[in-house]
Design a protein around this ligand. Structure first.
Ligand code: CP3
Length: 345
């Protein structure tokens, strides 16, 4: 059967006249309908674990804008929670976890097979979405890459420089490596279950890849993502994988090959012209409009959107932001971005 979903065609390497479009955090606080459903759920984690409501917020931006892909509504920190690390969100601040920094704490985590006891509702959300999404909309599952998830597990919270994780990596490599290994193994099982529940594409978010320097970038960002990608493709032949080593800079070049991914997601730390010349020859790229344009709008949004579409027009491209849309974004600017790309502006 010929593939009809534009996102899957781009991931297979096709050059389309108009790139497929979706946005990181497209279901989020900038949308009034999201805020309403989130209030109904009570809090963010309750929303993640309520399949009907999580499916509802996933569908909201699809109904409003007709994006080419829906991304499962969940969070990268549900996996460490499923492994036994206590997780909560401090209102107005962000995530908190019981830190894992010693061999004893690592050994006390639950076995990988037990993650499905906690994550069952996430798979239920995907099953609802496979029934409810329009036929042309692709369904993306996701997980955090081991390094990024480890930065939160080790610090017990988000950190500006990932200091605690770097410290453990240097001072107790055995425990640090053990955490990465546990996360790598569990991520394969988690994403594999997402695919069985209906995810057609998976994306690995390595949001803090850029803070790894020298050999440690290859060892702790690229290598675990490569291992996960290879294991998933062995189990699910043909499964497309998007990898996002955020902050990689010039190291985006070669990332397709190093990870074995079908698509490399770019942040806005590199220009589209540079990435078209250095990254896109190796395969599909995703990105990379600065998310501030969703706040500021106007001519700059239109000009920059057009420049990105043009720069990537000779190879496979999925249009996206360089990072998640922020809560202060104006929903009208999202519509303007989409109209500009689809040529109806
Ligand atoms: O993209 C999507 O819409 C899919 C759902 C999704 C969320 N988080 C929902 C969410 C995805 C793919 C993520 C990934 C995620 N979560 C990352 C990697 C991507 C990135 O942004 O760099 C990270 C580092 C996290 C951890 C996390 N979750 C933090 C640090 C925070 C608090 C910061 C914030 O934005 O408030 C979250 C909360 C979170 N995850 C929200 C959403 C919609 C906001 C929750 C709310 O409604 O209050």
């Amino acid at each position: 059967m010929t593939e009809t979903k534009a996102l899957l065609r781009a991931l297979a390497g096709e050059v389309l006249p108009t790139p497929p479009i979706w946005m990181m955090r497209q279901a989020g606080r900038y949308l009034p309908e999201y805020r309403e459903t989130r209030a109904q759920a009570g809090d963010f984690l309750s929303l993640c674990y309520a399949p009907d409501l999580a499916a509802e917020v996933t569908l909201q931006p699809i109904r409003r804008y007709g994006f080419d892909a829906a991304i499962l509504f969940a969070d990268i920190l549900l996996l460490p929670q499923a492994l036994g690390a206590k997780l909560w969100f401090e209102p107005g601040e962000g995530p908190r976890l019981d830190p894992v920094t010693t061999a004893e704490e690592l050994a006390a985590l639950r076995p990988t097979a037990a993650i499905h006891d906690t994550l069952g509702p996430v798979y239920d959300t995907l099953q609802i979405l496979t029934r409810e999404l329009p036929a042309e909309t692709a369904l993306i599952g996701f997980a955090g890459a081991p390094w990024t998830v480890a930065t939160y597990m080790i610090a017990g919270r988000g950190t500006p420089d990932q200091g605690p994780a770097h410290k453990l990596r240097v001072e107790d490599e055995a425990t640090f490596g053990g955490i990465i290994e546990r996360l790598t193994e569990a991520t394969v099982e988690y994403l594999s279950a997402q695919v069985e529940a209906g995810a057609e594409v998976v994306k690995l978010f390595d949001s803090w890849a850029g803070s790894l320097e020298g050999d440690s970038f290859e060892r702790w960002s690229l290598a675990p993502m490569r291992e996960i990608t290879a294991a998933l493709k062995a189990r699910h032949p043909g499964l497309p994988v998007i990898a996002f080593p955020r902050g990689a800079g010039t190291r985006f070049e070669g990332a397709h090959e190093a990870i074995g991914a079908d698509c490399i997601a770019l942040d806005d730390g590199v220009t589209a012209d540079w990435a078209a010349a250095h990254v896109q020859p190796a395969g599909c790229v995703q990105g990379n409009l600065a998310s501030r344009h969703m706040v500021t709008g106007g001519e700059a949004l239109v000009d920059e959107t057009k420049a990105i579409v043009k720069a990537f027009s000779k190879g496979p491209h999925i249009f996206n932001l360089g990072h998640g849309i922020t809560p202060d974004a104006d929903p009208e600017n999202v519509a303007l971005m989409i109209e500009t790309i689809r040529g109806t502006a």
